[in-house]
Design a protein around this ligand. Sequence first.
Ligand SMILES: Nc1ncnc2c1ncn2[C@@H]1O[C@H](COP(=O)(O)OP(=O)(O)O)[C@@H](O)[C@H]1O
Ligand SMILES: CC(=O)OP(=O)(O)O
Ligand SMILES: [Mg+2]
Length: 394
Amino acid sequence: MATPILLLNAGSSSIKYQMIDADTEEVLASGLIERIGQDVGVLTHKVNGEEFVANEEYSNHSLALAAMVQMFADHGPSLDDVRAVGHRTVHGGDKLTRTMLIDESVVATLEALSPLAPLHNPPGIAGIRGAQKALPNVPHVAVFDTAFFSTLPPASYTYAIPTDVAERYHIRRYGFHGTSHSYVSHRAAELLGKPYEQTSQIVCHLGNGASISAIKDGVAIDTSMGLTPLEGLVMGTRSGDVDPGMIAYLHREAGMSTDAIDTLLNKASGMLGLVGASDMRDVEAAKDDGDERAQLAWDVYIRRIVGYIGRYFVLLGGIDALSFTAGVGENSSSVRRDVVKGLAALGVTLDPVANTLRSKEARAISTKDSAFAVLVVPTNEELQMAREVKAVIA
Ligand SMILES: Nc1ncnc2c1ncn2[C@@H]1O[C@H](COP(=O)(O)OP(=O)(O)O)[C@@H](O)[C@H]1O
Ligand SMILES: CC(=O)OP(=O)(O)O
Ligand SMILES: [Mg+2]
């Protein structure tokens, strides 16, 4: 008896999905709907080694989801066999801290948290609504990006603002990409051949959004994203850390509204703001062509990562492994090379051949005499979600 589970990972302009047999962990189908909200969207559906592509306008996430359902109807596998649907849900706040069945009160809480994750929670909710309509008779389960970080100690999650304000508005650091940090750190422990609970690790999730986590004895103790997924590293379109004084300054001096500043920092900053392109492949190509703006953006990006790793290295008192994951972390050997170059004081060294080898497998890229292992571990948020959903419906 197979247990097919449908996993939905709704982003601001895309939905990634997989159907996984939770018993064998076999991928039964996978797909990606891109450019939701633009004139022409792209839906790519993969099943049995075949690929089916549709180009249509998907003006919102509900319509995109309806197109996905149609793909399953036309090309299989049948959605009738699906036993549960898992939803990547970005902000769970301080109430929703573990994988759980979705009911109306969960959706209401997610709606209330939307201001804290404006790029992520609204599409997540649209995904839940659309999937509930398409698959009304199976359990729907929410898997939170924040859950892995519910173990952060107060010294890590507390902002130095008046306690009554923090409490009234639930202002604290939550952390995101937790499903990925959890999957990657467990996989890294396997590669190290050490029990998870005995590992100290730093994980760099470098995708469009990016974050770093510090894990001590198998417990997350710090991470670079905070109240919202804006804090920390430089990202595709997000600034990461800035002096918070900049917000009031822009408001007063440039006459910008709070919404305009929010959009500036979340959607027009990062690589896009510095170079005019949010995709690291474009930034790297421009840098290699001698574009000075791209070189500066690259240096800012790398320096921020190196700074966080140094800080977490000290906090952890040394580490067993530093892992790179997500779109940039898995694919850009130059980002990995330059980050490790910046960490020379820690005695870490890369094997340049292993670093540039292209592979989809988790692997070590450091030399034998490196002070700690450097790993590339392809993330698999959907598989991690399938495991958690299976446990919840059991
Ligand atoms: N070969 C590559 N070199 C550098 N960056 C890459 C490469 N392939 C993909 N990327 C980067 O990965 C990003 C997407 O990462 P991903 O983890 O899928 O992000 P998200 O889940 O936030 O959409 C792209 O925006 C691109 O910048
Ligand atoms: C939380 C977050 O930043 O997610 P993503 O990287 O998918 O944008
Ligand atoms: Mg992602």
